[in-house]
Design a protein around this ligand. Sequence first.
Ligand code: HEM
Length: 378
Amino acid sequence: VDRYAFHGTHQAGIVTPAQDRLHFAAFDVTATSRAELLLLLKAWTAAAAAMTQGRPVGGGVPLPYDAPPGDTGEAAGLPPGRLTLTFGFGPSLFRDADGKDRFGIADRQPAALRRLPHFPADALQEQRSDGDLCVQACADDPQVAVHAIRNLSRIAFGSAALRWSQLGFGRTSSTSTSQATPRNLFGFKDGTANLKAEEPKAVDEHVWVGQGDDDGAAWLADGSFLVARRINMMIETWDRTSLREQETLVGRDRHVGAPLSGGTEFTEPDLSLKGNDGQPLVAMSSHVRLAHPTQNNGVRMLRRGYNFTDGNDDLGRLDAGLFFIAYVRDPATQYIPMQTRLSRDDGLMEYLRHTGSGLFAVPPGVRKGGFLGDTLLT
Ligand code: HEM
């Protein structure tokens, strides 16, 4: 396939096989009335429905010569690139900093949609965090992904402003068994034990919000929660670390991706197995042990992150890392407890710095004739 349907029960871009490129954007809504917000979401719906199918914004209908064109034009002639656009609503859309209801939707704010708590060692930058709305644009061609964010941003002029955005190259997870496992910038296979589209029961259990999950937020059924974390990697220090240390910290072998308890890439780690020295083969502070469902009340999440490099600092160190994205049914029982443990005990943390953060409620898919967020706003 070269394109994915825009309409459906769930938004595309979640269990959709992860594309190669990302442009993620968060917006601040500057509109002050509910009517203006509705107009923006309707205009975004029409534009997203067109762009994901490889069509220009505005359907290519010519506008007067003295008006700006309906589409910015740089994707003309390019294939759709399997573009998906996935939209989310941040906690600040519901209530402003003083707790005031901004658009008459405060009583529908999901209980779990709160600013993420401060985790140990967080070094968050405000200019890379939060936002009222988010858009995850994924495509196989970076020009297609950037074109989409640029046009959504242009359409939002006067009602929402770009707050921060992140480019990603190289997916760091697979979301389908049809995909080979890619590698993150530490050189390790990433996504081996991820939730995959081919496990619909597990996806229902861990990703999609259920009808009865939250009485006050029934509008979110068939949607999900998106966690975004910009995680810088201390690449230069990592590259001076022995292979033994690297593998011990991760809990897997670097070449094949097999757990250090033995087997091949997809063998389940045996966390009880000990070596001749009496120590567990998958170390107590290794990432894979601490993130394993058996250590987290059976909790799993659908990871959908990307590698990033945003130039370098004046000491010649790359500003690089992993833009972590995960979809969960309930951040309060899935992401927050796991991140709290990882931030405190994970040996990898010595090489990581979390510099950006956001939590968004991802509404269900748009039905034909409907618009983004219609279950919330009508
Ligand atoms: C697994 C790397 C951040 C949750 C893995 C694996 C690697 C890895 C190499 C093993 C392969 C796999 O199963 O995918 C990293 C790196 C990170 C990072 C380099 C930061 C830059 C996180 C964060 C979370 C997380 C922030 C969640 C809070 C998980 C989970 C697994 C996993 C749930 C699967 C564990 C299992 O079921 O065996 N990660 N990870 N990771 N990671 Fe991470």
